[in-house]
Design a binder for this molecule. Structure first.
Ligand code: SF4
Length: 237
């Protein structure tokens, strides 16, 4: 697994951004996250190491742009070069997540077609309002590998009008950090039911820091949020 953050910083867009971890971590170091900049790792996928081999070995999954949004407006002038590197490294698997799926059409390279086969482009859905807006755009978008990320899940969300075989997986999680909003077991289970009915894989990735089940509110430390979700044993493959 490799991480590639070609640019850093973002601007807040929707309710799921309120407690953005990029802002939280930058704030601890006195940095302004709204100042979007290219990073020193911009060319990481094509950087060579010893023996003229790529630093990121073939076959790796590259978690891309997790300290920004790949489609943030400020990165428009840098994105074509980033796409070029992605195209060149078709021996890697790139994994990206966006809240700006409505910008995809104007932000893909000329040879994108139905998407590059080595790129998974996930779409974040955190509320019903964002589901109503983003899901039809995402369902119809030319992307080879699609995953819906309901994280942070902030309320009950009905994805069933759009869910179908085009979606490879729905991933669900709560919110982390000291200001975390509650995630409820009932919302998670309801999304699982929707996935089961539509034959879509489902993963309960993490509980978040504040989780409610059967009327009880739990504060869950960061180190246990994934394992606690796993213990629920409700993933569908
Ligand atoms: S889109 Fe993502 S990176 Fe940007 S502010 Fe929102 S949560 Fe943070």
């Amino acid at each position: 697994m490799a991480r590639w953050n070609p640019w850093h910083g973002c601007h807040k867009l929707s309710e799921g951004c309120r407690n953005c971890y990029v802002y939280r971590i930058d704030g601890q170091h006195g940095r302004d996250s709204s100042d979007v900049r290219k990073t020193a790792d911009f060319d990481l996928p094509v950087r060579m190491g010893r023996g003229r081999r790529y630093k990121i070995a073939a076959g790796e999954t590259v978690y891309t742009c997790f300290s920004s949004d790949f489609f943030v407006e400020e990165a428009d002038e840098w994105r074509p070069e980033a796409w070029e590197m992605i195209r060149r490294r078709s021996d890697l698997r790139f994994f990206l997540i966006t809240k700006r799926i409505d910008r995809l059409a104007g932000c893909v390279p000329d040879d994108w077609g139905n998407g590059y086969s080595h790129v998974t482009l996930g779409c974040t859905i955190e509320t019903q309002d964002r589901a109503d807006y983003r899901m039809p755009i995402y369902r119809d978008a030319p992307i080879r590998h699609k995953i819906v990320i309901c994280e942070p899940l902030l309320e009950a969300v009905d994805l069933s009008p759009w869910l179908g075989s085009w979606c490879e997986e729905v991933i669900v999680g709560g919110e982390s950090g000291p200001e975390a909003r509650v995630c409820r077991w009932q919302w998670v289970i309801d999304l699982r039911r929707q996935c089961m009915e539509r034959g879509v894989a489902f993963r309960f990735k993490q509980t978040g820091a504040l989780f409610e089940r059967d009327g009880k509110l739990y504060r869950i430390p960061r180190r246990l949020q994934q394992s606690q979700a796993g213990k629920a044993g409700i993933d569908l493959f």
